[in-house]
Ligand binder design. Structure first.
Ligand code: SF4
Length: 448
């Protein structure tokens, strides 16, 4: 038996890519292991969004190099965005690396691993297809990702994603439907459609199909699907048709991640985001008019080159005005070969940290107040597994994507359960089951 181990950094698309890669390797006779010490093939799926992810990736390869010193036959491969972005430079920086593959060459990994076994150092960065997506794994998988497109044509000036993943490439509707059907038939209740710039789905297909049409097709063709989400939408490509699809299609959840990035028009322009702060606020207002209980989350970058106190204040004001349920906030991180990396007026780290702390404080105050307002509400929670911290309780998500922790048996995993929200706890909510799901008795055993 030959074993492989994958360590995944980065976004949901990387998690999905690692699932595809696992499938491809299993189809070629490899067996997955969770123990890196047992593996014959060590793979790192990398992220290029921030410098920290790059440093962590090379630090892990450094640890693997020590393992390889004891077991020279172990193969080490780097795949994903950072591999594509750094190319041959990664070989120089990490001599233990045997092969590299870019995000669109993942399906070549089984063949690259074989070549590397013959002591050849290889790298592939060319484009191949999605490789049929993921198959349904064994066991209960309550929520699954399905990629509908890859790449991005927006070229925001701070972002290395278009450099690593290339231009937008949408999958055919037929292929997506087949994958969603497979997952739902295997018991998955929630599908999260993925794309770096998903609101532009279909624009490269040369047919009249867009994201709203795709949501409609999935909802019509697979009525058993309980929940449908999509990430990540771009404000400039959000159409009225899409807003109506969110409001009208019952499986589509009323939760939306809509990156803002900055509240200053000057900075938004320098980032080349393609919208103004007013256009963003108007859009958020319009979506809320159609989807009244919308749970809105966002991404914000602080300390973009040239960001003044005034620009930063505009971001704080936007956070208050837009009433976000959650915001993922980051310090601007220089990415090689992007336009922003060459801009003057790069801010000192201390200033970026100070602004980030202030922003996080504002975001947290809002988030805490919004979560506290949920106490006493009844929510349908999809149980995803045991809670990350104690492993003693269950953890699930509301349709609005809030994490809820509750007591219950493992047999509830994969079920949607009505829960009353009883308290808040850090980033999650606590809940109590209103009535246990049918077919499960109190000791947690399923009955027919
Ligand atoms: S929309 Fe901008 S931030 Fe998002 S992936 Fe594309 S270039 Fe990067």
């Amino acid at each position: 038996m030959k074993f492989f181990y994958i360590h995944t950094f980065g976004c949901q698309m990387n998690v999905y890519d690692s699932e595809r890669l696992t499938q491809a390797l299993q189809d070629h006779g490899w067996t997955v292991t969770k123990n890196s010490g047992q593996a014959d093939l060590l793979l790192i799926n990398t992220c290029t969004v921030r410098q920290l992810a790059e440093e962590k990736a090379f630090s892990l390869i450094g640890r693997w190099a020590k393992m390889k010193a004891d077991r020279p036959d172990v193969i080490v491969g780097m795949v994903g965005c950072l591999a594509q972005h750094l190319r041959q430079k990664a070989f120089k920086r990490a001599p233990a690396l045997d092969f590299m593959a870019g995000p669109r060459a993942l399906m070549r990994v089984p063949e690259l691993a074989e070549e590397a076994r013959q002591k050849k150092r290889v790298a592939v960065f060319s484009v191949c297809n999605f490789g049929g997506g993921t198959k349904a794994p064994e066991g209960v998988v309550p929520s699954a990702y399905v990629a509908v497109m890859d790449g991005c044509n927006q070229y925001c000036t701070y972002c290395a994603v278009p450099l690593a993943r290339g231009r937008e490439k949408s999958r055919s509707q037929k292929e997506i439907l087949a994958e969603v059907k497979r997952r739902v038939a295997a018991g998955t209740k929630e599908i999260i459609l993925l794309g770096q710039n998903i609101t532009r789905y279909g624009s490269d297909l040369g047919q009249k199909i867009n994201l709203a049409d795709l949501l409609c097709r999935i909802a019509e063709a697979i009525p058993e699907l309980s929940r449908l989400r999509f990430i990540t939408g771009h404000p400039s490509a959000f159409t009225e048709q899409l807003i109506k699809a969110m409001a009208d299609l019952s499986p589509v959840c009323g939760a939306l991640h809509l990156p803002l990035q900055s509240g200053s028009d000057r900075i938004l322009q320098a980032m080349k985001r393609g919208y103004t702060s007013t256009q963003y606020t108007d859009l958020a207002r319009k979506i809320r008019a159609f989807v009244p209980d919308l749970v809105l989350s966002t991404d914000i970058i602080v300390g973009f080159p040239g960001e003044t106190e005034h620009d930063f204040q505009a971001t704080l004001d936007m956070v208050k005005q837009c009433d976000f349920d959650m915001a993922f906030c980051f310090k601007y991180s220089i990415r090689q070969a992007t336009i922003a990396a060459e801009l003057p007026d790069q801010l000192p780290l201390l200033e970026k940290e100070k602004r980030l702390a202030l922003l996080l404080d504002t975001v947290e105050q809002k988030a805490v107040a919004k979560k506290a307002a949920m106490i006493g509400r009844r929510e349908k929670v999809l149980i995803e597994g045991t809670d990350v911290k104690t492993k003693q309780r269950l953890q699930g998500r509301t349709r609005g994507n809030h994490i809820v922790i509750l007591d219950g048996p493992p047999a509830w995993i994969g079920r949607e359960i009505e829960v009353e929200i009883t308290a808040t706890a850090n980033w999650s909510l606590m809940g109590e089951v209103i009535s246990p799901p049918a077919g499960i008795v109190n000791n947690g055993q399923a009955i027919a």
